[in-house]
Ligand binder design. Sequence first.
Ligand code: AMP
Length: 320
Amino acid sequence: MARDIEKKIFKTIKKYKNIVIARHIGPDPDAIASQIALRDSIQLTFPNKNVIAVGMTVAKFKKFGLLDKSDYENFKDALLIITDVPTLERVDGIENLNYQEIIKIDHHPCSTKVADLEYIDDSASSACQLITELILNTPLKINQNIANNLFLGVVSDSDRFLISYTSVKTFKIITRLLEETKIDFISLYDKLYERPMNEIKFHGYLCENLIYNDNGLAYIHISPEILKKYDVDVATPSNMINDFNYIKDVLVWTFITYDEKNEVYKVNIRSRGPIINEIAAKYNGGGHKFASGARIYQESDIELFIKDLDNLCKEYQKNS
Ligand code: AMP
């Protein structure tokens, strides 16, 4: 049965002719899958509406479906729906959009209100978990393709149900999704997990060169030369950070990758105990308690950042 917030979201969607769906910059499979699944579901339910999913195209995510051109000429007074993103500054592709109302559907913690209607559950495994509930609990329609995307978004963001945000609710909604859509979920894993050999070799480089200490901190600096050597891009380390979970004696691990084009160090941080998003926020970042990201602009701040994480691990060890 639909909850109040789901009924309100459905009613608002019904009201608008033009709808734009956006997600965060530097998208991951959950961000892309949630926006595309919601677009396709609204379009399937209301064929006369104009619904577009916007943001920068990422070649390797084309398998989730294609994004639309953010040509806003015909999108006057639109409804903007943002998924998997807590703040408007991190929304990709809405410059020049003239919108009337905003709906936010997200699982990141956020203390400030940015939308007219907010469906936030920071205990949810993924944005796709929330979109699945929304679709299954309201008259929004679903087909195999939409179900495939939703399933992959949940699997990816929960890291195959390994991450602590996975709950009974996650399994219940996935069970409902599988029962109601009969998707062949095993056949979908190639879309998430198939990798070219150069990425496997790069993964080997990360394993060999990760620095770790007695406090439970592991880190690595990844230079543009190394990215070139392995023929991988600046987003590749983000896809590998979760693979370093469950290393005995490692509590917090971080990759610091220099993005030459944008002249910034892109930072991925993960944890198996200490809460890291406050440190991420100190370095132009944010995210979840145990999965965060940051941006470091000065090389000299890297040392301070590592020191902060090291102290966090030390404190955590002392208190546990
Ligand atoms: P990543 O390490 O890029 O997979 O990001 C982990 C989590 O942190 C995701 O939920 C991101 O949305 C969030 N995140 C990453 N970078 C930033 C940032 N610069 N500011 C706020 N949140 C971020």
